[in-house]
Design a protein around this ligand. Structure first.
Ligand SMILES: Cc1cc2nc3c(=O)[nH]c(=O)nc-3n(C[C@H](O)[C@H](O)[C@H](O)COP(=O)(O)O)c2cc1C
Length: 301
């Protein structure tokens, strides 16, 4: 029976502001406890943490979580995520989003995992405080979310103990196929695979619009630094997933910013902030349109 082979349960996460980490850790601990397996964490958020690429095997179960960015898996890290080999490990794709929508992110993460040797068992979409805001999804995941996450993990363990088999990993990538996508099915039975919401490849980005209905582009926007508050401690530079902040002068951001808000939310003296008008308008629109209704975690088997 498969579950006998699972010795290690890993919480694997990319999580600049820690909401994804909280959900993934709760799920993975629920599985590990249920299976009496060893529990591990693997944080792949910063360049230092991504210097190595984790690799798994048949004795592993990996709960892999990423935040939803513009309706997708964080785009700039997609190739890195797709290079993490499952080698037959059981996989649980999880996305965490800021109470708007997860669009194609979960199907994309499922495809990335099953395309690189993970046998997906179940998937989840959870809610975290929106990176841009303190009120949109404010304080989430909360205690109820985390209870649901732990219960999800326990149910995965229960099903494995009862002999449930995960869905098979996809075959090797084909010529011209983007990494991890489901193989095209021409006149063949589609393979048995975990069904999750979203459009199959080619996935689409959320088309964010301004109040006047114009498509907005935040790619050049970077946070400002309040010189009165910044102590130049280097913490923001250490946390930045892009390694974009100069560690010797934290108010300088020579690298590319993905607006993950790790530096804004985790700076202890609160020295970093966004002042760009388009960014602030987008944040206000998101808060106005998506704070209600409260979205709830979803689980797929
Ligand atoms: C650039 C960017 C784009 C985002 N796009 C979406 C989105 O399309 N839908 C949504 O509901 N939340 C979106 N969010 C919010 C995050 O998915 C959410 O806050 C998540 O909990 C952050 O995870 P973390 O705490 O692990 O960084 C976005 C956040 C950022 C930084």
């Amino acid at each position: 029976m498969l579950m006998k082979k699972i010795k290690t349960v890993t919480a694997l996460f990319f999580s600049p502001t820690y909401t994804t980490k909280k959900c993934v850790v709760a799920i993975a601990k629920g599985v590990a406890e249920g299976l009496a397996a060893e529990y591990r964490e693997c944080n792949i958020t910063t360049p230092l943490q991504r210097r190595q690429t984790p690799e798994y095997g048949p004795g592993d179960l990996v709960v892999f979580g990423v935040p939803v960015y513009i309706g997708r898996v964080p785009n700039l890290f997609r190739d890195y995520f797709a290079s993490i080999k499952g080698n037959g490990a059981v996989g649980v794709p999880v996305v965490v989003y800021g109470n708007r929508a997860y669009d194609d992110a979960l199907i994309e993460l499922r495809d990335i995992m099953q395309g690189n040797g993970f046998q997906c068992m179940a998937a989840g979409a959870f809610i975290g405080e929106h990176s841009f805001s303190y009120t949109l999804g404010g304080g989430r995941p909360d205690a109820t979310d985390l209870q649901k996450a732990t219960a999800f993990g326990e149910e995965i363990a229960g099903r494995l103990l009862a002999g449930a088999e995960p869905y098979p990993a996809a075959g090797p990538r084909q010529e011209g196929q983007s990494c991890g996508e489901s193989a095209p099915q021409v006149g063949a039975e589609p393979p048995r695979q975990l069904q999750v919401p979203g459009n199959p490849y080619p996935y689409t980005f959320f088309d964010a619009r301004s109040g006047k209905g114009k498509s907005i582009d935040l790619r050049k926007v970077k946070p400002e630094t309040d010189p009165e508050k910044c102590t130049n401690c280097g913490y923001c530079a250490m946390l930045c997933p892009m390694g974009a902040i100069d560690p010797d002068n934290c108010s300088e951001i020579p690298g590319k910013c993905i607006r993950c808000c790790a530096c804004v939310k985790l700076c202890r003296p609160k020295a970093k902030y966004f002042a760009d008008e388009t960014y602030l308008e987008h944040k206000a629109i998101l808060e106005e349109k998506f704070t209600e209704p409260r979205r709830e975690p979803e689980i797929f088997w």
